[in-house]
Design a protein. Sequence first.
Lengths: 464, 382
Amino acid sequence: MSEDEYHAGLPGHADFILPQPAAPKPLNGKRPIPMPDPPPAARRPRRRPQAAAAAPTEKHEAAEPASDDSHDGPPPARKPTNRRRAASGGSARTPSTRKPAGTPEPAPAEPAPAEPARSDSEAVPESAQPEPDAIRPEPAQPEPVQPEAVQPEPETRPETVQAEPGVIRPEPAVVAEPGGELHPVDVWDQRIARGLAFLRRRLAGAYEVDEFGYDPELTAAVFHPMLRVLYRDWFRTEVFGIENVADSGGGLVVGNHSGTLALDALMLTTALRDQHPRERHLRLLGADLVFRMPVLSELARKAGATVACNPDAERLMSDGELVGVFPEGFKGIGKRYSERYKLQRFGRGGFVSAALRTGTPIVPVAIVGAEEIYPILADLKPLARLLGIPYFPVTPTFPWLGPLGLVPLPSKWMIEFCPPIPTAHLTEYADDPLVVYNLADQVRETIQATLYSLLEKRPDPFGR
Amino acid sequence: MVSSEVAAPPRVVVVTGVSRFLGARVASRLAADPRIERVVGLDPHDPPPALAGLLTDVEQIRADARAATAAIAELNAEAVVHLAVTSAPDPHHGGRAAMKEQNVIGTMQLLAAAQGAGRLRKLVVRSSTAAYGASFRDPAVFTEDTEPRAVPRGSFARDILDIEGYVRGFRRRRPEVSATVLRFAPFLSQTAETTLTRYFSQPVVPTVLGRDARLQFVHVDDALEILHRSVVEDHPGTFNVAGAGVLALSQAVRRAGRISVPLPEGTLSTVAAVARNMGVGEIGLDQIDLFVHGRVVDTAKLVKEFGFAPRSTAAVFDDFIQGHRNGSSLTADRLAAAEQAILDSIRRVRAAAAGSPGDPGDPSGWAGSPGDPADEREAAKS
């Protein structure tokens, strides 16, 4: 059957064929279709029947939004331009599918099941899309057919409707191709404006910094999005027990430390920001080595960290901030891989006395996954002493691959917040070494037990 | 501290360092207070003509601290306000040697004289937040009882530690004298001239690479108010005096519309030393320590005791910027204009890019307001 024959027979087909190709229309298009522009030769024959439909196209344009309205708000806004495009360029594309669809039966059958998600199938629905555009008006032409053409429409509706919700995002992309940059521009224009305003605020110094140097704007706009990629896509972090972190008020989050570089602290911060309903920001307490290094100290302060000392911890906690501390310190992050998930000594329990003095609840947290990111096989002590750092790690990748060795292995992370330990009733014991030591021990035991239970949940360190 | 007698303002006040910005102003304010009968200015130098007008009501004794013993005893001074503390060596007046002579030896002699003055009830000493030193293990916020972890490198900071040491000795020996030590953050105002104001007035400001110090300032007017209150009222103890809030150094440079040039710490020290020798810059180790470590103090004790809160650091800095407009290149206005220009040009370029292949029939164009899509939707619906 030739194209012309096919189109001559269209009104008849329209009854039940056309609605089906209409279905995938809104679905397709994560990306603009690479315009399978048919050779002009192929375009000609298609044009001719279209030419007949040219006038209807106009009519259809007017009619179309009305039909679109029924299901969704935003799409109609974009569609008018889309349509105009589809009428000229889109219809030109149709023949490519028309040809396989030479027999009318397979044609409708094919696009209907086509899954919009698959990119290769996109070509089919997309090129099928103009079909309704171009053709629906055609039934409109011969008056008598109209009622029949209307009948299938309801059939289409439900399909489109159910597709629509998912479409909201792809939609602009669909438009992006035929409509030029017309529509995404609204998004991009806003993004550019927002980016420029951010840049201007930064350059003019029009932002606030707290007395510890924490810069909330920079953290939210730059640090957090970067860390979140690592947190979500690289480490696939799972978080449990986030409800154990209070919505407001001070808290001391005590975790196990591991992983050669203190990525676990950063991931814990990201987890709290990402998962907690109040997006609480964790104020980390860092070793003074961090604050000795030029660039690192600046970044750490801007991200809300401060030196691990009791005055700062107590000030933050009495201000109602969430403070994160890793009492193992360098003993924790610098331990060998063979020692993994074995908690080290908890220092002198200074963190407990700070919590007791301010009556702040202690939230033990177990972090599984950091041990595998840079497994330490050996520690070159003399070199470390020479460089003035606490340890010099040798990992399977580190000194050998140079800077590439800094890429963490993609282990699977799990973070579990344990129920808080109240300390408000122990305030007067802040200077009692026995109480402090026992409480530190209780925190340590809790973390160790939680670590083991998490490890059972995660049989394969690099799974999923 | 003691009795009702102390609560009354002192009748005779001796102020040191009246030839300088702060001293002259404090003395003139005290002289204007009707409760104080006599204000005597003690200074080895004549005040410059600009300050002389302030000192018309102040009796001036041109003598150094060596002669203070006789003066304080003769005058029956009831209060001594010690402001003759220099924060930076002045190459025209003897440099560092003269600075140390004045700060350390001067304080020692003045306090010795004060110790022997029987009628003395009150001592007010100007100190500085530099007393907290500079160390990487310092807490972020200093309270008055924080001890410095190491002897600082800067000459001024070391002098301050010495001065405070002498005051501690004086307090031990004359416990009935109410001694107030005020640790001031760096002064700023529209008109004040200090090392820091000159630093921030440069068009290009050198900073330390990889460090962003947290700074606090105090307005000169607030400092005067605090000094005045500590003379006429009774506030024994040591107090931090600073504006609430914090500015990062980079932020301050940006707000002033200056351009910062981050230099590695070593290079900055060298450059500063060379510049000092050539007599151009005056960035000393004090400033470098400040720019590396930053310095933030807790002023809760001051606010509680004096019932007066100095204006915030950000407000002080704004006031300073008002008086130092020329020399700034990246002002907020210019940045806003640049932002608008870039935004417009991007819109124009994109309009052109979209317009050429696109249909000319599209009426509104997308470059308009974000309200466009909504309008289109409206149009579509109707």
